[in-house]
Design a protein around this ligand. Structure first.
Ligand code: ADP
Ligand code: MG
Length: 379
């Protein structure tokens, strides 16, 4: 008999890393990419390259997979709902729907008394003008839907060069956006949470994240913060997970401002980039946890085995679109592990892979990461 098949909506690296774990654990994976032919899905046992409105792909997907999950939140909500009429979908469609839409997400956080950034929803230049008056200082304008890795974001500075709202709105070119107060960041953190089908919620140690141009650059675990603060972010993240009635793995992103205030930035209804270190440094990887949760197995230990730093590798360091740099310097470092996503074409800002550096201390791991950043010219 064939091994049970997990259906994955999406065609990127998160599905690929899930497929790697699934194979080890005795599952097959079918990835329905929606047209994405980047190459990352090649690790799956079955690949559907069809668009998400394809009836034939829907038939094949729902008749082959016994359970489905999303590896990317910007999958059409209608499709997730429709798949769920045929096979179980985890995380639940309502939770994914909230995380797909920054308005719903922020409203959900606010209504559950979870601290978040001051924000206003705007649909016209006139509304933007009012929001800019109501939220003093620099703000970030973000599209409500379909943003990721800093896409669909515009920093609007509160200075002499600030354009009139009409110009900003025209430049931004969206008809539904969120205006967020720009936080004076002391640090960014994230917590990967796992919720089982019985409602049990467990969390990993918080990661301390550094971003460049709104894209994750490195994650440091353990975070260099007091144990009390670490416990507080884990508790808030677990509360968010429970409030969403979640099943599966999710990432909760936090800001800490310079006054020490803790704010939830956003929620990702899937394994998270800042959880990639769990593959090499934790008792159970976030991808294995996702499989355990959606297949109804007991959840695994989230224990950190060794201090670790994860460094993202973006397309910027490729020598040509299909020519990666020489990886020898990474392979020479004890404790460094290279992960490449199999994407055929490198582009600026595109996530092509990552490296994890495990070491006896977080300082040593960070020194290795910084050395590699210098070698490859990563800013
Ligand atoms: P994405 O979906 O692209 O991850 P985020 O809202 O998480 O969108 O923004 C990406 C990054 O941009 C954040 O991790 C942070 O570094 C920066 N950023 C976003 N919003 C704010 C804000 N309100 N104040 C300060 N920095 C922000
Ligand atoms: Mg984010």
């Amino acid at each position: 008999m064939d091994e049970p098949c997990i259906g994955v909506l999406g065609g990127g690296q998160l599905g690929r890393m899930l497929a790697l774990e699934a194979r080890r654990m005795g599952y097959r994976v079918m990835m329905w990419t929606g047209g994405d032919n980047s190459g990352a899905a090649r690790f799956a046992d079955h690949i559907l390259l069809d668009r998400f409105d394809s009836e034939s792909a829907f038939e094949v997907f729902t008749s082959t997979a016994c359970v489905a999950t999303v590896e990317f939140e910007n999958i059409p909500r209608e499709l997730i709902d429709r798949v769920s009429t045929k096979i179980p979908v985890m995380p639940p469609t309502e939770a994914v729907g909230i995380c797909q839409d920054r308005e719903k997400e922020k409203t959900f956080l606010r209504s559950n008394n979870i601290p978040t950034t001051a924000f206003e929803i705007v649909k016209t230049a006139a509304e933007l003008k009012i929001a800019l008056e109501n939220i003093p200082g620099d703000v970030i304008l973000k599209t409500v839907k379909a943003g990721y890795d800093g896409k669909g974001q515009l920093l609007v500075k509160d200075d002499a060069e600030r354009q009139p709202a009409e110009n900003i709105w025209a430049e931004f070119g969206s008809d539904h956006a969120i205006v967020e107060k720009r936080i004076n960041l002391a640090a960014e953190l994230s917590v990967i949470c796992v919720s089982g089908q019985d409602g049990e919620v467990i969390t990993y140690d918080p990661a301390e994240n550094e971003h460049t141009n709104h894209i994750l650059d490195i994650s440091i675990v353990p975070a260099r913060l007091s144990p009390e603060l670490q416990k507080e972010v884990q508790d808030i993240a677990a509360n968010v997970t429970r409030a969403l009635k979640y099943v599966g793995v999710m990432g909760v992103e936090f800001f800490i401002d310079k006054d020490g205030t803790l704010l939830v930035n956003e929620i990702a209804p899937r394994p998270h980039n800042s959880g990639h270190h769990t593959i090499d440094a934790c008792a159970t990887s976030q991808f294995e946890q996702q499989l355990r949760a959606i297949c109804g197995l007991p959840l695994g230990s989230t224990k950190l085995i060794q201090p670790v730093v994860m460094l993202n590798l973006l397309g910027d360091i490729w020598e040509a679109p299909s020519t990666p740099p020489d990886w020898t310097p990474i392979h020479k470092i004890p404790g460094a592990k290279l992960h490449l996503y199999g994407k055929q074409e490198a582009r600026a800002s595109r996530k092509m892979g990552h490296v994890t550096f495990t070491a006896n201390t977080v300082e040593d791991a960070l020194a290795h990461a910084n050395y590699i950043k210098r070698i490859y010219g990563i800013q």
